[in-house]
Design a protein around this ligand. Sequence first.
Ligand code: PMM
Length: 292
Amino acid sequence: MGVVNVTPDSFSDGGRWFDTTTAVKHGLDLVAQGADLVDVGGESTRPGATRVDEAEELKRVIPVVRGLAAEGVTVSVDTMRAAVAEQSLAAGAALVNDVSGGLADPAMIPVVAAAGAPFVVMHWRGFLEGGNVKGVYTDVVTEVVDELHARVLAVLEGGIAADRVIVDPGLGFSKDAGHDLALLARLDRLLGLGHPVLVAASRKRFLGRVLAGPDAPPPPARERDAATAAVSALAAQAGAWAVRVHEVRATADAVRVTRAIEQVRTAERAHAAPATPSEPGAHGAHGAEGAR
Ligand code: PMM
């Protein structure tokens, strides 16, 4: 999933794709680099960012969604507003990505349910003002999984079909570097929710923390793409459905290599499994099944 932020203030690419033509061209470039879908957002979700009003968000997002959809791109809209989701779906978006998991706007779930669109439910503890006071956990993995589970139930209750729900740990949202790393280390627990998992680590603060030297400051956001690609490979290996990234090429390559290695691993497992006596021609079939 490639990111097109049509915003003046997103933390890593704010202002770069702020007019419609540039934003559509950037989305097409991301597809050329290997993105299967493009996530278009018109509001920065950076901690402490002031909200844009709905009219402004619509003005930023809708022409870009329409332009990309018209070119055959699978578009996801990154919004917390039902009206923006609704109009984006009408303009050709295929999926709604709501960092609040339907909490910011009570009309969101009914709109997505009525459209039958896939819905990304991210782990979210509310808007952050005055510091990261909501980012307190005793067991971050268990709490995020439990809170996501509760949101999934609410979303299903609201009429969104189970096979339309994607979950996301919400890296960096009310979470520090240690929390983000703990969640990445236990993607299996998120997968245990039984829904596809989206991982959005791209250029985030925790990568800066990991890359900073003992006495050196974290590298700026745009110098975190190699680290992002490493997370993409690990997420793909762990079974993530998608990774949301600003720089697509490195991630597309990382995912391709991961998949190639996985295919060898699957084939080796299939080869190693003994054929059952009742199915003499089915050498390894059960092993292959088990590997999946
Ligand atoms: N993070 C950002 C924006 N949208 N959507 C999902 N599903 N998950 C995220 O973690 C997420 C998101 C903030 O990052 P950006 O400013 O780079 O877009």
